[in-house]
Design a binder for this molecule. Sequence first.
Ligand code: HEC
Ligand code: HEC
Length: 507
Amino acid sequence: MKIIKTTILSAFVLASLNSNAERTVVDVQAKENHQQKVLETVNQAKQMYSSCKSLGSNEEVNSNCEEKSFPVRAQLTSSIDLPEAITEDDFFNFPQNKVELGKFLFFDKILSGNMNISCASCHHPMAGTGDGLALPVGEGGNGLGITRDTGYMEDAVHERVPRNAPHIFNLGAKHFDVMFHDGRVMEDASQPSGFISPAGDDLPMGLDNALAVQAMFPVTSATEMAGQEGENPVASATAVGNLAGTGGVWEILAGRIKGIDEYVDMFKDVYADVNSKEDITMVHIANAIGAFEGAVWRAFNSPFDQYLNGDEGAMSPNQIEGMNLFFGEAGCSSCHGGKFLTDNSFQSIGMPQIGPGKGDNLPGFNDGLDDFGRERETGSSEDRYRFRVPTARNALLTGPWGHAGAYNDLRQAVVHHLNPQEALNNYDETQNIMPYRRDLSSLDYAVMNDEYSRNALLSNLDIENVNLSEQQIDRIMDFLDAATDRNSIDLRNNFPMTVPSGLPVFD
Ligand code: HEC
Ligand code: HEC
């Protein structure tokens, strides 16, 4: 095979050599004339291009320019404010050895109660740093990504994880100071620890940023990582709500790490305040995990970014049209605005509610299958069904979409925004990718199949219907494509082959 390729290649080289040889016999003067002409045209085009650029807001000149020099270049609509380009300065800085340590921890099942699941099980590089499922399968399941099952016998999962596992792209940016679909982790200078979190005043000091704070919590969830009461000490501590105390979740997990020499050496190397294994705490663990997540999964070299950095040829005319719509007529940027394409606010857009929910109930119900979103944190019914606006960056890679992953098709997730009522009434539940298990599946559409509950999702909308043609929707999809970083597609370099605990990595 290789030989054939080389042969074909050399045939090409020979052929081009031959034609070059022929060219040497043509009139030298004619050749120079031709070259001169090419140069002139290029210079003309360059001049035209720069004057068009500087006069970009004058419509007359614009159409002139477009006709003469760049017939295919779509123009940015003049009334639109584009965000600034993302730079390194938008991100926290993490030392390389901390990132390397975090990489091991992120993939190490040692941090789960039954040592059978790691962060990567639900945030995997091969699934766009999510899991590809509408709702994750937590502790007790087997396998990765869409092939993950719900486990067997007494180890089987007890419920679906009630919300979609979000991706982790760009979360090392300072902008992302709010974590989770309901913002239950949030930077807040008035708190002793600097953060609001489910641990309240028990949250220890010294956490680097909201991303690191987040990493304290998956390990404290029975469904996600800890396991069921009685199965292991972590699960039992979780069951009684002992996170920070003696014998609490965080102490037990730090204890496991202290017992692995390879880890201890790395912690000593990374942290000035770790001189012996006894100094290692869950805060060190979480900070390293946050460093890994924040350093490796940056994504700001999409065609849209290249365009923002001045390369106007980086986006196709269709993508530019889509950008005009996104930041203009379609109104997307009123929530998905700014350089990270989210303003981090909480908005109610009536996304379908599927799965076991978060224990919330409308009056007259007691099944706990609803999810009130932001209201769960603020206690205010005005925040009912409000969820954090997710970034629209890398959207092509991060499905299924929505807080419960109810859309398996990005276009449908976008179309939902245009008329939430119509979308809910026509919601197609067959699209969901989740392992079937009769008892779990029987709960999945309780809210959607009940007209009263379904309509309630629309009772508090922060979004108005927008009329867009199919073609305009196509263009918005083109823009979402342009805002997706090609470097985020292949993340095979982002995982370790082994972890210090010796537990398996590839399942
Ligand atoms: C069983 C699946 C599962 C496991 C295991 C898991 N996560 Fe998650 N992760 C989720 C889900 C689901 C959410 C969203 C929960 C919510 O918003 O209520 C989430 C949210 C997050 C977020 C917030 C993202 C955002 O945009 O707000 C980060 C960061 C994250 N996880 C990192 C981790 C880390 C670090 C670990 C390991 C310590 C971990 N996850 C373990 C499922 C999982
Ligand atoms: C009123 C604020 C608002 C406007 C306007 C808005 N969105 Fe959203 N968008 C949201 C919220 C909130 C969510 C998440 C809702 C949920 O999960 O329940 C979301 C979710 C999304 C998602 C799914 C992302 C993910 O990771 O799951 C995409 C894609 C998206 N929006 C694109 C758009 C586009 C394109 C437009 C313009 C047509 C738009 N949005 C207009 C608030 C808004």
